[in-house]
Design a binder for this molecule. Structure first.
Ligand code: F6R
Length: 614
């Protein structure tokens, strides 16, 4: 949450920073601001709203300067307004700071500084940190770098920060703990950002800061990295694989639509080099050294949040059904605080698109301390969760920019399917012939996803038009498709702001059935071959109460046609892979409903893509 971008070099900083903030806007969009070193001045320009509001605000102003930093905010402390927007000045206005994360002990620090005469203008924890740095510097009569190190060792919580000093325009400081920060190393120019997306068009060379490290970045003398104990560190410069076109809409109206359409490719990419159906093998290089841990695991615990948690629920069915390993799927935020029982024979799988979700990261750190093996399934290469895991597999879905997750979910389910089949085969819980059947079918999934998109898009557009004014939706599914029902409901809530709930279809009669009347759309995922008759009974129950049934089926038979207002047909597949197909119509449905309602599909209100606060 919150996006950071900074530049120091010989080019004009402002256009680079603004463009970078636009790329990072998925991280938060309550307010935006920029600090520029302009001659002897360190000037701040900031305003409530999106980066486009900041651009309007800067119109006609002097924005010259070859070093500066910008921020796009997702409010934690204090409402989104001009004053709470970053950057924040120190008491003397000689220093300015941008920050992503939460300083947990800010209230005590603030109280102490107020007693010493500090005046705070905002409600933010960030302003407390920059005051603290200056307070230490002046009181202890030490240099800025030393004061920064000391301040960082006094604060608790999480931060990624960039610090500028009016009197030293050729140096910028960056630091991280718990929130991501990457440094772009160009030719006599440097970039600092929350992720590599603002950097990729200028340089491919990056250094990911580790927790409790600071970078001292100079205009003319390179950069150094230290830990907060003041020990020098050798920077590890990596080459980015990210390509610029991955960050553009490519002719689609929204990133979300582009990402839905990318799924045949992104699913294929997540299997590339791992699945060879012709030769009959699955290879998962990233977990090779730990596969015995998985094969012999007494239990798998999956920790995740949101859509990734739904992928975890699909994995529960996969691992239990195929590999016969007991699985628990936990909300990372609950798991980390309930003193969970964890054994050394447990394998904890953390699923996260961003690889930065604070609760998921904390959950694996806890499990690691207790001796469990940690496997990360993440999309963003070099992010914190893979770096804190023993092993893992990247999902390779490419950057997901729409805030509502689509292609990341299907890539996660694909990698988890590969893992479950691989482990099941090694454990002997599926036969050779079943193994070959499954991998042959998995190999066909990208083509089938394409068929779903091509064959249902227009129909779903029409359905969306007819349902867009409903105030509530119910989503039902059974077995492998129960998590899909949850995911469909989440997608609709997130981007259309329509209340929606997902339920196991049979659970409906234990309460939610009371909601059903002629105004209630009930989306039923009825593709499961094994429970088809039972789902038909559930649909009968909805229809009997005049609910508006939208059924996702493999082949529309007469019964379904009579009961449902809309029937969406998708290709058949092996049941374990049905979520990969059945989720697509639900993504499209929520997308078109949100578009018809005029909502901001890619940046829905109150949300952020990367949730780095707990
Ligand atoms: C939903 C969505 C969120 C994320 C959740 C976890 O569309 O995007 O629910 O799934 O915030 O994020 P990651 O996967 O980055 O850990």
């Amino acid at each position: 949450m919150c996006g950071i971008v900074a530049y120091i070099g010989s080019k004009e900083a402002c256009p680079i920073i603004i463009k970078g903030l636009q790329r990072l806007e998925y991280r938060g969009y309550d307010s935006a601001g920029i600090a520029l070193q302009q001659g002897k001045e360190l000037n701040i320009y900031k305003t409530k709203g999106k980066v486009s509001n900041l651009q309007d605000f800067l119109e006609g102003k002097n924005i010259e300067g070859t070093s500066g930093m910008g921020h796009t905010r997702w409010a934690t402390h204090g409402v989104p307004n001009d004053v709470n927007a970053h950057p924040h000045y120190s008491e003397s206005k000689d220093l300015a700071l941008i920050h992503n994360g939460i300083i947990e002990n800010y209230a005590i620090l603030k109280e102490e500084m107020v007693k010493r005469g500090h005046t705070f203008v905002s409600d933010t924890d960030t302003e407390v940190l920059i005051h603290l740095i200056e307070d230490i510097q002046l009181n202890e009569k030490i240099g800025l770098e030393e004061a920064l190190l000391q301040a960082l060792s006094e604060v608790t919580g999480a931060y990624a920060i960039v610090l500028m000093c009016k009197n030293n325009p050729d140096i910028m400081y960056a630091a991280r703990k718990g929130s991501p920060l990457v440094i772009g190393v160009g030719e006599n120019e440097y970039f600092m950002a929350s992720d590599a997306t603002p950097i990729v068009e200028y340089t491919k060379n990056v250094v990911y800061l580790n927790d409790e490290e600071i970078a001292i970045v100079t205009r003319n003398n390179g950069f150094t990295i230290k830990n907060i104990q003041n020990q020098l560190k050798t920077p590890y410069i990596q080459e980015l694989e990210l390509k610029l076109e991955m960050l553009e809409k490519g002719g689609y109206d929204h990133f979300m639509l582009k990402e839905i359409h990318e799924q045949p490719r992104s699913i294929k990419d997540s299997m590339r080099g791992r699945l060879n159906a012709m030769e009959g093998y699955i290879r998962l290089g990233g977990i090779k050294e730990y596969d015995q841990k998985l094969i012999n695991a007494n239990r798998i615990i999956i920790v995740a949040c949101g859509t990734s948690w739904h992928a975890g629920l699909v994995a529960e069915y996969l691992f239990e059904d195929l590999a016969r390993i007991p699985v628990e799927v936990e909300y990372a935020s609950e798991f980390r605080y309930r003193n969970p029982v964890i054994h050394e024979t447990d394998v904890v799988i953390a699923i996260s698109q961003s690889g930065e979700t604070a609760d998921t990261l904390a959950a694996i750190q806890l499990a690691k301390q207790k001796g469990a093996t940690i496997i990360g399934i993440c999309n963003v290469v070099g992010s914190s969760i893979p770096r804190s895991s023993h092993a893992g597999s990247y999902t390779h879905a490419g950057p997901e920019i729409g805030v509502a997750s689509t292609k990341a979910f299907t890539a996660q389910v694909t990698v988890l399917s590969l893992m479950a089949i691989y482990i099941a085969h090694k454990r002997g819980t599926i036969s050779d012939s079943r193994y070959h059947q499954l991998i042959t079918e998995l190999d066909c999934i990208p083509d089938k996803v394409k068929q779903v998109i091509d064959n249902t898009n227009e129909q779903i557009k029409n359905i969306a038009q007819s349902l867009k004014d409903a105030p509530n939706f119910l989503y039902l599914g059974r077995g492998y498709n129960f998590p899909v029902a949850l995911e469909g409901a989440l997608k609709l809530k997130e981007i259309s702001y329509i209340h929606a709930e997902g339920y196991p279809a049979a659970e409906m009669k234990h309460g939610p059935i009371a909601l059903i009347d002629e105004k209630m759309p009930v989306v039923v995922v009825a593709t499961n071959q094994s429970a088809y008759e039972k789902i038909i009974s559930n649909i009968q129950e909805v229809a009997a109460r005049k609910g508006r049934v939208i059924a996702i089926v493999n082949k529309a038979d007469n019964t379904i046609k009579e009961l449902a207002e809309h029937v969406i047909e998708i290709p058949e597949t092996e049941e374990p892979f049905s979520p990969l197909l059945s989720v697509i119509p639900l993504q499209l449905l929520s997308y078109y409903i949100a578009v018809y309602l005029g909502k901001n599909v890619d940046q829905p209100r109150n949300l952020a893509k990367s949730v780095t606060v707990e």
